[in-house]
Design a protein around this ligand. Structure first.
Ligand code: SF4
Length: 348
């Protein structure tokens, strides 16, 4: 089959929030290269809202990974895909392709061995610092798709935007003419080692809020609730606390109204980048060579050079050396200074 004849394309990327957002430049390339093809995307059910309003997606196939594989396969076989673009690349996604009756599979290279060498031996054999969206796009380059990669995208649905407007109005804010600007802070992380100390977030956010007459908004999911009280103990101003209280796309709608986000290397960092919100990201045990820096974004990354970095590709719950210096050596003033460089661009 000629490439130009693709009529049904399936992209697989099951998790997580940031990884799914990083597939959106490829979705845009697929749509531009095969304008009349049907483009379906398979994602974990809990993240399906991230792509629900994306104009390049025709159908979402949400998957509950706790269910047996055969349930998903049955749904897949009903559509005879011409191309499966496997950006998840696990045994699970491989078997999904094998049983799907799709004609062709393209998968991205994870460089698992090279990344392990970098983490465990500090030997960087990765070809160069290639951002993950570029790695996702490489299989399409083999098909002759040479268009430059666009930015990540996130499309907030009207319902979520309205819900947030009401939420902010109840908190004393009126959109679109917000009287005081909002500074978003997302201090949580799934991994303890990727979490900059919460009292330092509080110090940095409070300093910025005082300088710019801004209000602090805390973002995060239910797992981050324990951080809220500690954060509030270290600030002397009122904080809008939304942690664990908003669905994912309402969090996006709220973030879109903020001047800036302070966060760790996390899914919300990629969300801000995709929304065009300037972001200051604190990186500890991970490094740029792994490919997850904010992509084509108004962003500043703050980190501290240490010989033990990187010690993980995704994150760890404990520092292998026990001192957490990659995070503890970053002072609030560094984050404030990074935010100030972005402030002129923070146009919301
Ligand atoms: S201090 Fe070093 S070993 Fe500990 S978490 Fe950070 S990078 Fe890893």
């Amino acid at each position: 089959m000629a490439y130009s004849d693709y009529r049904r394309i399936l992209l697989i990327r099951l998790s997580s929030l940031g990884d799914i957002i990083l597939t959106t430049p490829v979705l845009r390339l697929l749509r531009e290269s095969w304008p009349s093809a049907r483009i379906d995307v398979m994602v974990k059910a809990e993240f399906q809202d991230v792509l629900r309003a994306h104009p390049c997606v025709d159908r979402l196939l949400p998957v509950d990974t706790r269910e047996p594989l055969r349930h998903t396969i049955r749904a897949l076989r009903e559509t005879h895909y011409d191309l499966v673009l496997d950006l998840h690349r696990t045994m699970r996604s491989f078997w999904l392709y094998r049983f799907s009756r799709a004609r062709q599979r393209l998968a991205y290279r994870k460089h698992t061995l090279r990344r392990a060498l970098l983490v465990h031996c500090k030997w960087n054999t990765l070809p160069q610092t290639v951002p993950v969206p570029e790695r996702y796009a490489l299989p399409l380059r083999r098909l002759g798709v040479m268009t430059p990669l666009p930015q990540t995208e996130l499309h907030v649905d009207a319902e979520s935007a309205l819900a947030v407007e009401q939420y902010l109005a109840e908190a004393g804010f009126k959109l679109p003419t917000v009287p005081r600007c909002l500074i978003a802070v997302a201090p949580g992380s799934r991994w303890k080692t990727k979490q900059w100390p919460v009292e330092r977030y509080a110090a940095a956010a409070q300093e910025l809020a005082a300088r710019h007459d801004a209000t602090i908004v805390m973002l995060g999911d239910g797992h981050d609730r324990p951080l809220v009280q500690e954060f509030q103990q270290h600030v002397a101003v009122p904080v809008i606390d939304t942690v664990g209280q908003l669905p994912l796309m309402q969090t996006a709608a709220l973030l879109q109204q903020c001047r800036l986000l302070l966060c760790n290397d996390s899914g919300l960092m990629h969300m801000a980048a995709a929304l065009g919100v300037p972001v200051v990201a604190v990186f500890g045990p991970t490094v740029q060579a792994l490919g997850f820096y904010p992509f084509q974004a108004m962003a500043q990354v703050v980190s501290h050079p240490l010989s033990c970095r990187p010690c993980t590709t995704k994150g760890l719950h404990r520092c292998p050396r026990g001192h957490y210096d990659c995070m503890r050596r970053i002072a609030p003033q560094q984050v404030v200074a990074a935010a100030e460089t972005l402030w002129p661009e923070a146009h919301h």
